[in-house]
Design a binder for this molecule. Structure first.
Ligand code: GLV
Ligand code: MN
Ligand code: MN
Length: 412
């Protein structure tokens, strides 16, 4: 058993959390923003200083590798550096920095492993441009058509966002990696939910990861004078949205499972004036469940509900798919390896499902994946209130390091 250098990891977490910092500890480091580019430069420097082989693929995924000359497939460990707007300092960043720390410690101890190790920071896990661009590129899922269409919610295209950073989005088509060069993928992440914190257990072993569909919807009515248009004669797009929003708990209850969740996270009313009946209600919906069949029935129920509402109110609706991610399972042998390691280290663990999506989920299409969770205090994430106790970070990082070594088979 070896241990991580906790002071170094803590210092790296604190340093990285200053990049993209806003007021009140929030961080805005969306993919290809200036802060994201700054964080990438900082990470590249750390990788070089750790004497790892640095390389960057066409999707701007950043890697640091040991045993650069080995012909064997690599074990990857990592996560993402980008954040949601006004997000927290651990979502993604912790997994990348733990990956870096693990490889640094293995180097320092001069441990030779049968399989080479690579730490990875994936691009745009948070889906600013739809999907999980970095891991999807690596898995060969990005198409030219996606590159032409991808844009953020403010209409900035992926092509322009990458161009502004001196990058060419079409290079991502060359980021596809031969699955035979990858042995497996391990990701440590904050839970982002309340389960571990409420149980008082320091580490989670993920068994399955929820899938999702994320849509951008528009309800069309007719903009008209707020004072002169009698209530029965309005085509109020917002009233259609409000009625639909009110239906969501019923839809989840009737067509979902106990794990189903749905969120309307962004709303824009057009023309957006206090004295005009809204002509267009534009909004997003994000729906998740670990079971594909359940996701399908939720999709069906949502469309049925919207159709009934717009018909009755003489409105219309349309939607674009922002992202669809299928649910995934972690590999039983990696689950077992993490469980054995936690026994060796005397760490109490809880087996669980992930409600958040992760790069591990995409990677599961081409390789065996495993995930370790650490508790999120109060279950808070995607907000500045995101926090994990330092002791739990240390325990989780040690579990990741020793699980990685078990997976990679120490030679001497
Ligand atoms: C990513 O954090 C997601 O689950 O949306
Ligand atoms: Mn994340
Ligand atoms: Mn996130």
């Amino acid at each position: 058993m070896i241990h991580i250098n906790f002071e170094r990891l803590k210092n790296n977490i604190e340093t990285l959390s200053k990049i993209g910092a806003e007021e009140n500890h929030a961080i805005s480091r969306m993919a290809f923003s200036q802060a994201d580019m700054e964080a990438r430069e900082w990470l590249k420097k750390q990788i070089l200083e750790a004497n790892l082989e640095l390389y960057i693929d066409g999707a701007a995924n950043i890697f640091g590798k040991t045993n650069a000359n080995s012909q064997k497939p690599s074990i990857l460990i990592g996560s993402h550096l980008d954040t949601v707007p006004l997000g927290g300092h651990l979502d993604g960043s912790l997994g990348v920095l733990v990956g870096l720390e693990c490889l640094q410690r293995i180097r320092e101890e001069n441990i030779q492993t049968e399989y080479p190790l690579e730490m990875v920071s994936f691009t745009d896990e948070e889906g600013r441009f739809g999907g999980l661009f970095g891991s999807q590129s690596l898995c060969g899922e990005i198409t030219p058509d996606f590159l032409y269409r991808a844009a953020d919610l403010n209409g900035l295209s992926l092509l322009d966002a990458m161009k502004n950073c001196g990058l060419n989005a079409f290079d991502s088509l060359h980021a596809r990696r031969n699955p035979q060069t990858i042995h497996s993928y391990l990701e440590l992440h904050i839970e982002q939910g309340p389960v571990l914190d409420s149980l008082g257990i320091p580490s989670g072993i993920v068994e399955g990861i929820s899938g999702l569909f994320k849509w951008n919807l528009k309800i069309h009515g007719f903009p008209n004078h707020a004072g002169t248009t009698p209530m029965p004669m309005r085509k109020d797009a917002f009233m259609g949205l409000a009625e639909f929003a009110n239906e969501i708990p019923r839809i989840l209850e009737e067509d979902g499972s106990e794990n189903s969740v749905a969120t309307i996270g962004r709303v824009n009313l057009i023309p957006g004036s206090a004295n005009t009946v809204p002509g267009i209600a534009e909004f997003t919906i994000d729906v998740r469940d670990p079971n594909m069949e359940v996701l399908k029935s939720l999709e069906h129920a949502i469309r049925k509900s919207l159709s009934a509402i717009v018909r009755r109110r003489d409105l219309k609706y349309e939607f674009d798919i922002i992202s669809e991610v299928i649910p995934a399972n972690c590999a039983p042998e990696i689950i077992q390896c993490i469980a054995d390691t936690s026994d060796d280290l005397g760490i109490k663990v809880h087996r669980m499902v992930s409600g958040a999506i992760h790069d591990a989920q995409i990677m599961s299409k081409i390789t065996k994946v495993g995930m370790i969770f650490v508790p999120s205090i109060g279950g808070k994430s995607h907000s500045a209130a995101e926090w994990t106790a330092w002791e739990d970070i240390e325990i989780g990082a040690n579990l990741a390091l020793n699980s990685l070594l078990k997976m990679a088979k120490i030679l001497h």
